[in-house]
Design a protein around this ligand. Structure first.
Ligand SMILES: C[S@@+](CC[C@H](N)C(=O)[O-])C[C@H]1O[C@@H](n2cnc3c(N)ncnc32)[C@H](O)[C@@H]1O
Ligand code: SF4
Length: 395
C-alpha cells in the first residue's frame, strides 16, 4: 500500500493515497463504567449481552452488499477490550470471509489498559489484531482518578510492554486540560508516553460535551477546562513529540513513518468505509449511512434480518466539497485547493489568515501552519457559505 520505504506521516502523497484505502469501522459499545466526559454510544454493566451483540454484528456484516477487500479495520468503542479474544476473532473472521483483508491490512482496536495482560495480548495478536490503541489519557494517578478512569499508570506501562512483545503497533491516547492538571503533570505524562517508545500518539483537549455528567457538573459550578491552559499544553506536547522523532500528521495525531492510523487517514481523505454496530457511521460512494444508537433496537432489528439503519443521506456535491476541506485542513499535509479552497483564498476574508501566517499554499495545496487555529479557518470558510460566496451547485 505505501511501498517499501514508508512515507513520512505528513507527506501529501500519503494523504492522497489514503483516499484509495478501503476500511471497516466496528463499534463495540460495552464499558465497565461510563466516564463523566464521554458522549460516545456506550453501555455500562451489560456485559451479559456481548455474545448476543457479536452474533448480531456478524449477521449485520453478512447482510451487507458485497464490497471491496479491506485495507484497514478499526474496532472502536466503547471498549473493544471488554470482548474476549474469541469474540473479537469471530468479528475479524466475519470481515475476512465477507470482504477479504489485504495482506498488509491494519487491524486496529481500542483498548482500556486495565483490560490487557500478556495472555490477552497473545490471543488477540494470534486472532489477527495488528495494532493496539490504548486509552491512557494520563500517567498521573490523581488525574486518572479525577477523569473517572478505572486504570492507573502502571496498567499502561505493562499493557504497552505486553503489546510490544506480540509485535503489535502501539498507539496511546492522551487527554490534556483536566482543570486540576498542572503543566508539570502534563509534561510528565507526555514524557512517559515518549519514554515507552510508542509509534503513534493521539492527544486531545478534554472537551465538555453536552449531555455528559461533566457538563452537568460544570453547569452546577465545577471548574471547566481552560482554553489558554489547553493551548499551552498542546504546544508543549507537540514540541516534545516532534523532538522525539514522531511527526504530527493531523491536528491531534503524531506517528513515526509507517505507523499512521490507516483507518483515520482514509476517513480524513473522504475514503469509502463500511461500518457495523451500534451508532456506527459509514460512507460509500457519496452516501453516508448511520446505524441506530439504542442497543435494544440494534439487536432486535438485526435479529429480524433487517439492517439497523437509522438514516442514509446522499451528500450533495457542494457539501462534499466543504467536508473535503474541513477534514483535509486538519492534516499537516493540507488539502488540494479545489473549488472551495480557491473560493476561500480569492475572498478578502482569507487575507488576514495569510498575513498572520496561519495558512499557506504549498504546491497547490491549502495548508494550515498553526494547527490550533484550524477551527477558526474552517469557521471562516463556513462563513463564506452562509454569506452565499460558496454556493450549492458551485462545486
Ligand atoms: C471513545 S474513547 C474509546 C477508547 C476507550 N474506551 C477509552 O476510553 O480509553 C476514544 C478516545 O476519545 C478521547 N475522548 C473521549 N471523550 C473525550 C472528551 N470529552 N474530550 C476529549 N477527548 C475525549 C479519549 O482520549 C479516548 O481515548
Ligand atoms: S471514555 Fe472510553 S471507557 Fe470511558 S465511557 Fe467512553 S468509551 Fe467507555
Amino acid at each position: 500500500m505505501t511501498g517499501a520505504t514508508p512515507l513520512s506521516p505528513d507527506d501529501p502523497r500519503l494523504a492522497e493515497l489514503a483516499a484509495q484505502w478501503r476500511s471497516a469501522y466496528i463499534h463495540i459499545p460495552f464499558c465497565a463504567s461510563v466516564c463523566p466526559y464521554c458522549d460516545f454510544a456506550v453501555v455500562a454493566g451489560q456485559d451479559e449481552l456481548t455474545d448476543r451483540y457479536v452474533t448480531a454484528l456478524i449477521s449485520e456484516i453478512e447482510m451487507h452488499p458485497d464490497w471491496e477487500t479491506l485495507d484497514a479495520v478499526f474496532l472502536g468503542g466503547g471498549t473493544p477490550s471488554r470482548l474476549s479474544p474469541a469474540l473479537l476473532q469471530k468479528v475479524i473472521d466475519a470481515l475476512r470471509n465477507k470482504f477479504g483483508l489485504s495482506s498488509d491490512a491494519e487491524v486496529s482496536m481500542e483498548v482500556n489498559p486495565e483490560d490487557w495482560d500478556a495472555a490477552y495480548a497473545e490471543d488477540i495478536a494470534a486472532g489477527g489484531i495488528t495494532r493496539a490503541s490504548f486509552g491512557a489519557q494520563s500517567f498521573d494517578d490523581d488525574i486518572l482518578e479525577r477523569l473517572g478512569r478505572n486504570h492507573r499508570a502502571h496498567h499502561i506501562t505493562s499493557a504497552v510492554e505486553a503489546a510490544r512483545q506480540q509485535g503489535l503497533s502501539v498507539s496511546l491516547d492522551l487527554m490534556f486540560g483536566e482543570p486540576s492538571e498542572s503543566i508539570e503533570s502534563w509534561a510528565r505524562s507526555v514524557g512517559s508516553a515518549l519514554d515507552l517508545g510508542v509509534a503513534h500518539l493521539s492527544m486531545y483537549a478534554l472537551t465538555v460535551e453536552k449531555g455528559t455528567e461533566l457538563s452537568r457538573l460544570v453547569l452546577d459550578g465545577a471548574e471547566a477546562p481552560d482554553e489558554d491552559d489547553q493551548a499551552d499544553k498542546y504546544e508543549l506536547a507537540f514540541e516534545a513529540v516532534q523532538a522525539a522523532g514522531l511527526v504530527r500528521y493531523e491536528v491531534s495525531n503524531a506517528a513515526s513513518p509507517g505507523h499512521v492510523c490507516r483507518y483515520n487517514m482514509s476517513v480524513w481523505a473522504q475514503g469509502d468505509y463500511v461500518s457495523f454496530g451500534l451508532g456506527a457511521h459509514g460512507h460509500i460512494g457519496g452516501v453516508r449511512r448511520r446505524n441506530v444508537r439504542r442497543l435494544d433496537r440494534y439487536l432486535t432489528e438485526v435479529e429480524a434480518d433487517r439492517r439497523p439503519t437509522a438514516g442514509e443521506d446522499r451528500i450533495k456535491e457542494w457539501a462534499a466539497e466543504l467536508e473535503r476541506l474541513m477534514l483535509g485542513l486538519r492534516r499537516a499535509a493540507g488539502v488540494h485547493m479545489g473549488v472551495g479552497g480557491r473560493t476561500f483564498v480569492e475572498a478578502s476574508e482569507s487575507a488576514p489568515f495569510f498575513e498572520r501566517e496561519i495558512i499557506e499554499i504549498q504546491d497547490g495545496r491549502l495548508v494550515v501552519l498553526q494547527p490550533l487555529l484550524t477551527d477558526s479557518v474552517i469557521r471562516e470558510i463556513l462563513g463564506l457559505v452562509d454569506a452565499g460566496q460558496i454556493e450549492s451547485g458551485d462545486c
